[in-house]
Design a protein around this ligand. Structure first.
Ligand SMILES: C[S@@+](CC[C@H](N)C(=O)[O-])C[C@H]1O[C@@H](n2cnc3c(N)ncnc32)[C@H](O)[C@@H]1O
Length: 224
């Protein structure tokens, strides 16, 4: 049975969201308001929901895959993806959000806390381009910011062969911070180091400046 995107629950408390928005972002980080609002755009919600529904489809087929520890690389605020994961995927014990943007992590922490619906959350400030991950363990590694950093084949976890990688990128080459866009999923797969793909797909999206672009997603592992 295939999980449809509209079957995904989105339970984050809107009242808590509004209160925290006013108390934290508006009062303490007003300069981050536009960036913060961008993290909730309809495209953001669509692509994070897409990710969770395809993860659920993979987990249905591959029951041996564990979800205990999830790492989010380039997590940004994490406020769309973290509740979607926790409210829809069974068995998650902890999620680590990793980003080089200390403010994004601090704001994310104010919204989500150290624990969300029984799952422990940690926030780590790191530049992924300069980090050795080989002493870090994770069951699932998610990076929806691949277009912002060096190719993912440069990232290797302690238990790398067992890690389920879920990666998103895009072809918005015109944006300055997008240092590593791709043209298609073949190029994306080649630079990811993934050898066994469980899913690949793409979505045609329209950006806020009406520019059309593709968002790509691949899900897989590095063992042959
Ligand atoms: C604009 S946001 C997220 C965009 C992405 N398309 C998405 O939908 O999730 C990009 C995030 O990647 C982070 N980032 C970019 N390069 C990074 C690096 N080398 N190490 C850690 N975080 C990085 C930024 O700080 C930012 O929070």
């Amino acid at each position: 049975m295939v999980v449809q995107m509209d079957e995904i629950k989105n339970n984050y408390d809107l009242g808590l969201f509004g209160d925290t928005l006013k108390r934290i972002v508006l009062k303490k980080y007003p300069h981050r308001l536009t960036d913060f609002i961008d993290s909730f755009s309809s495209n953001q919600v669509k692509c994070k929901t897409w990710l969770v529904s395809e993860l659920l489809n993979v987990l249905k087929e591959k029951s041996q895959i564990k979800c205990n520890k999830i790492t989010l690389l380039g997590s940004w605020y994490g406020i769309v993806l973290v509740p979607l994961l926790i409210d829809n995927v069974k068995g998650i014990e902890s999620i680590e959000l990793i980003d080089m943007d200390a403010d994004a992590l601090s704001i994310g922490r104010k919204f989500l806390g150290k624990e969300y619906n029984g799952v422990s959350l940690s926030y780590t400030e790191l530049d992924i381009n300069f980090t050795d991950f080989t002493n870090r363990y994770s069951n699932i590694v998610i990076n929806t910011s691949c277009e912002h950093m060096i190719p993912m084949d440069s990232v290797e976890f302690q238990n790398d062969k067992d890690v389920l990688y879920i990666l998103q990128s895009n072809d918005m080459f015109s944006i300055r911070e997008h240092v590593n866009c791709v043209n298609d999923n073949e190029e994306f797969t080649n630079q990811s180091g993934l050898k066994r793909l469980y899913y690949h797909g793409k979505k045609r999206l329209v950006g806020q400046d009406k520019e059309k672009y593709w968002r790509f997603m691949i899900v897989g592992r590095r063992d042959e």
